[in-house]
Design a protein around this ligand. Structure first.
Ligand code: ZN
Length: 473
């Protein structure tokens, strides 16, 4: 990355961010046979454990419904898929579900239609936390996923972190994950990587010349995780796929080919052709950044899919659109289907084998992040009291864990053991939430920051109590 940063040419003044994303098209794109472009639609919902609302407020107001609707709607729509990231919300929701609902959720995960991506306690910031706190929240999350759902996450989805450290891919590789997806990196780096066809690479550690800890990395094009930035560079066109805010697509059967000029055709069908042409052009611009003929179309955003109305409207219209495209594959040279992040990486791997595609190696991190013309450096040092408190809790937790392990070699009554473990679990979970990318960063609102302080204070008192309990045991 040092070499890359040295040769960056940044020309923000030539570009107006309100217009949308720049089309990054590589001139060096490997020429593949004119195969059909496969577009994988990945419905998702980004749930911050605190930002404008507290963790609990988000859970009560939206996340609880989203998780319940995943179970209800994926059973109603048997070809639909979904992905989920944050284990902390799963834990809170799970405790309030019947055994039947839990089993339904588990079966969706087992079937592959619901993928737990990352599976950590939160989607952590990667600049401010101590590495051990990152590891601890990862263990807590992965342990939860394994224990309750019986799976190990395969891909790491990092849509919203403000830059990416080189330590995190190392930790996730050691945890058994195979791929990482990142998104929010320096705009000029993304444009440069796009122009050089490097938006996929093997992410390597500096001390590892042989690449034994390499992990396959995917940089998602464009700036935001919302539907506006999902299909191609033009936000206005991509937003036409956000059917929550758009009119329903026509139901009429699609014609097999566009009508000749002047022909009398069903107005709805004709609109479908124009609609599809417009979107397929965006798909091709996005896919031109990559070396293969598969494209992910993330479909969601912050706390999306939180009402039955949204699920029904998005599904109904995505199905109509996909059916039209698939009925006319010869015309558009595109196929579409629902899928998960794992499906996307599987297809990339398949095409890598088929076309013998090679990727470059990259070492280093992706700091500092820029959005529009702003450098996101302020959060490294804001809310210093909270950052310090988080370190104090981490230190105390580590000591409590070690003393507890030692104490358990002695004869301790089972009720005392249970109490000690329960205290440590609460401390780990609260400290885990604090690693979230709007918590330790200080980017949440004031009342939310206060809530994090309370969670950390509870965590601290639990670890101290655990130490005292040990001493008296
Ligand atoms: Zn977020």
């Amino acid at each position: 990355m040092n070499d890359v940063l040295d040769k960056l040419k940044i020309a923000y003044n030539t570009w107006n961010p309100s217009v949308g994303n720049k089309a990054i098209v590589s001139e060096n794109n490997q020429k593949l046979p004119d195969d059909v472009l496969e577009v994988i639609v990945i419905p998702h919902s980004h749930n911050d454990p605190g930002w404008k609302k507290t963790y609990q407020q988000y859970y009560e107001d939206q996340t609880r419904q989203i998780l319940s609707l995943i179970v209800e709607k994926l059973h109603e729509y048997p070809d639909m898929t979904f992905i989920w990231v944050e284990s902390c919300f799963l834990d809170t929701w799970w405790a309030n579900q019947t055994a039947d609902t839990q089993q339904k959720f588990r079966s969706l995960v087992k079937s592959g239609r619901l993928e737990i991506t990352s599976g950590m306690w939160v989607a952590p910031d990667e600049a401010s936390p101590h590495y051990f706190a990152l590891l601890d929240q990862m263990i807590e999350g992965h342990y939860w996923v394994k224990k309750n759902l019986g799976v190990v996450p395969e891909s790491s989805l990092n849509f919203d972190q403000f830059g990416y450290s080189t330590t995190m891919p190392y930790l996730v590789k050691k945890a058994g994950l195979k791929n990482v997806l990142i998104k929010r990196i320096h705009r000029a780096v993304k444009e440069l990587f796009g122009s050089e066809n490097k938006l996929n690479f093997h992410w390597r550690q500096l001390w590892d010349p042989d690449g034994k800890d390499d992990i396959f990395a995917h940089v998602d094009t464009y700036e935001w995780m919302s539907i506006s930035d999902s299909c191609g560079p033009n936000r206005e066109i991509c937003n036409k796929l956000d059917f929550l805010n758009e009119r329903d697509l026509p139901m009429a059967d699609a014609p097999k080919a566009p009508a000749p000029p002047g022909a009398r055709v069903n107005a709805g069908s004709r609109n479908m052709h124009a609609f599809t042409q417009m979107l397929v052009e965006q798909f091709r611009l996005k896919n031109a950044n990559y070396k293969y003929k598969v494209m992910m179309l993330p479909h969601g955003g912050d706390f999306r899919y939180d009402t039955p109305f949204e699920w029904d409207k998005q599904y109904r219209n995505l199905k109509r659109f996909m059916k039209y495209v698939n009925d006319n594959t010869k015309l558009y040279n595109v196929k579409m289907r629902f899928g998960t992040l794992k499906d996307y990486f599987y297809e990339i791997e398949r095409q890598n084998m088929k076309y013998d595609i090679k990727y470059p190696t990259v070492t280093g991190d992706f700091f500092t992040y820029t959005e529009n013309t702003e450098y996101w450096t302020g959060y490294f040092t804001t809310r210093q009291f909270d950052k310090r408190l988080g370190r104090e809790v981490l230190e105390s937790l580590r000591a409590a864990e070690m003393f507890t392990s030692l104490a358990f070699t002695c004869d301790i009554p089972s009720d005392v053991r249970k109490e000690m473990i329960a205290g440590l679990v609460i401390a780990r979970k609260n400290l885990g939430i604090f690693q979230h990318h709007d918590a330790i960063t200080g980017t949440s609102q004031e009342h939310v920051a206060k809530d994090y302080e309370e969670l950390l204070t509870i965590a601290f008192s639990k670890t101290q109590r655990s130490n005292v309990t040990k001493n008296s045991a």
